[in-house]
Design a protein. Structure first.
Lengths: 311, 262
């Protein structure tokens, strides 16, 4: 096992360096001259040259990369060109918001997809409903779902606020009413993916001998499905959640934009739109490394469960 | 999935694509007016003159949604073709060769698959600019790992099968083995995956449009139309909902086709 982890780490490090360098180089090259961008259009060449020396923009890309990584490791991601705030001060408050939104959506999707699909045994109507829902969840664009929800519940019925984010401290009820529609929007996609994965595994587990034994003992179908199949079929769904942590920001991008929620996704879109290079770079790097670390952890966990993989 | 439900899904998917395809192909005849002609009649509700009303520049929404089908039906399949062109060869090589090469390629595929596609697409699109050509390339680049992974696992399952071994022992070159003996046997699944990729390309292109990176105006880009309509939901909700429905419908069609093949 130790050998396996060591081998995976030996893959991980060069991979991480290469990919982060590619990202850094891509963003830097695309940017052209950051100095001109920081000072505005009428900057004098002398001022630009000065900025270049201060920030090291005239250094070769690999030296800039090393400087950036060195600073980032101490928590310094530079300053935003647009707001002149420290990038870390912009990213940190956005993290809990995206996490809360996604956690609600994933939790809701987990409960409903497992429940509905386990209930579906022998009940044709529920089975058709849940497979219909999951196809809709996967194919229905979340901006469309958001638009429908806003139109129905805010514009027509006036029950829920259209958009925005109210923190817990400013009122629990307000916080929750602002959460309902974004959570539902994000939930649809997770529900669809979880259902697909769970149903496939459910069918495989259903063939096992012990399931037949449970049936022949005279247990009710519902009991067999929840007590005997569910615990054994849930693992791939959990693995999927683990691996898709890295996609968290991606999933929230559209939903957060629809409902103007100040989370990571919207921060990213805003930074992209205003060519705010330090924010884009920092977020890209964070997503990239967290994805790679999640992959590494998933590999190690799977290997510890299944000795064959370690070979 | 039972045979019946597969048959139904495939039929339903094909019907949807035919409808959307006809809408795009015959847009000039089905459309009531020029999709880019603006008028003083802005944000009008649906009427006999403008079936779905007009947008913020007084353009006919119905005609614009029809013309939008052309954009989606060109960008989606073209992007999936790019993904196929990059992903399939990589998958073939990775699946057939064992050891170092396979491991290296699988590492690459795994890392790319875990990346949030929309984020990568956003970053690259901003860098290169949102033209139809660039969108096709960007979306194809984001999607190739899916294709590579599927092709690899298919090849892996076939490389030691009896008929392949027989061909190998008769002195077939690796290239012949892959193209003549293995590829035809996995074509069906590749085609299914292709349909899924088309649906996901249309989905992502619409999301990019919604986030402000659609084709530049005056192109009738469905995603961009939804975004524009968001500010006018209370005045004419169809401005958002009509193109949004078109996206959902088209994505669903390709997805059903891809899913109904085993």
């Amino acid at each position: 096992m130790a050998g396996f982890i060591l081998r995976r780490l030996m893959w991980f490090l060069p991979n991480a360096v290469i990919l982060t360098f590619v990202l850094f180089a891509a963003v830097t090259v695309w940017l052209g001259s950051p100095a001109a961008m920081m000072l505005g259009r009428d900057a004098s060449p002398a001022a630009i040259a000065e900025i270049n020396t201060v920030y090291g923009f005239d250094l070769p890309t690999w030296q800039q990369y090393l400087r950036w990584i060195g600073a980032a490791l101490t928590g310094d991601f530079g300053r935003s060109y647009a707001s002149h705030q420290a990038v870390s001060a912009m990213i940190l408050p956005a993290i809990p918001i995206t996490l809360e939104l996604t956690a609600w959506a994933i939790l809701l999707a987990l409960v409903t997809s497992l429940g509905l699909n386990s209930l579906a045994v022998g009940r044709h109507v529920i089975g058709v409903l849940s497979s219909g829902f999951s196809i809709v969840g996967i194919t229905f664009p979340n901006f469309m779902l958001g638009a429908i929800l806003i139109y129905v519940f805010s514009v027509k019925l006036g029950w829920l606020p259209t958009a925005g984010w109210i923190p817990w401290q400013s009122g629990v009820i307000d916080h929750l009413t602002h959460l309902i529609m974004p959570v539902l929007t994000l939930f649809a996609y997770y529900f669809g993916s979880f259902s697909m994965i769970y149903r496939a595994e459910y069918r495989a587990v259903d063939q096992q001998l012990y399931v037949r034994v449970a049936h022949s003992k005279g247990l009710s179908p519902t009991r067999v499905s929840f007590r005997h199949i569910l615990p054994n079929a849930v693992l791939p769904v959990v693995t999927f959640i683990g691996i898709s942590i890295g996609r968290l920001v991606g999933g929230a991008v559209v939903t957060e934009t629809v409902f103007s929620i100040p989370g990571l996704g919207r921060l990213f879109v805003g930074a992209i739109a205003s060519y705010d290079f330090p924010v884009v770079l920092a977020m890209g790097m964070i997503v990239l490394t967290s994805v790679m670390i999640c992959n590494l952890l998933a590999d190690i966990v799977l290997a510890s469960l299944n000795p064959q993989i370690r070979l | 999935m039972t045979r019946l439900s597969k048959f139904l899904r495939r039929g339903f998917g094909i019907a949807i694509i035919l409808i959307v395809g006809a809408a795009g192909a015959f847009a000039p005849w089905l459309g009531t007016v020029d999709p880019n002609a603006s008028s003083s009649d802005i944000l009008a509700a649906s009427s006999a003159a403008h079936w779905l009303g007009t947008d913020e520049l007084g353009r006919d929404i119905y005609s614009r949604v029809l013309y939008g089908a052309r954009i989606s039906l060109i960008i989606g399949p073209a992007a999936a073709l790019v993904a196929l062109a990059i992903g399939a060869p990589i998958g073939l090589v990775a699946g057939y060769s064992r050891g170092k090469i396979d491991m290296l390629l699988v590492q690459g595929i795994d890392v790319f698959i875990a990346m949030p596609g929309l984020i990568i697409a956003l970053m690259i699109t901003v860098m290169v600019g949102a033209t139809a050509q660039n969108l096709v390339l960007v979306l194809g680049f984001v999607m190739w790992p899916e294709m590579a992974r599927i092709v690899r696992s298919l090849v892996l399952g076939l490389r030691d099968v009896f008929f392949v071994e027989a061909a190998r022992s008769m002195g077939c070159s690796v290239f012949q083995l892959l193209t003549i003996h293995i590829l035809p046997n996995i074509m069906r699944t590749i085609a299914a995956q292709f349909a899924i990729l088309v649906s996901s390309a249309i989905f992502t292109a619409a999301s990019l449009g919604f986030l402000g990176l659609g084709l530049p105006p005056p192109a009738a880009d469905w995603g961009t139309m939804v975004q524009t309509g968001f500010d006018y939901l209370s005045l004419n909700p169809l401005l958002s909902l009509a193109p949004g429905t078109a996206v959902a419908f088209t994505v669903l069609g390709f997805y059903l086709i891809g899913q109904a093949v085993d």
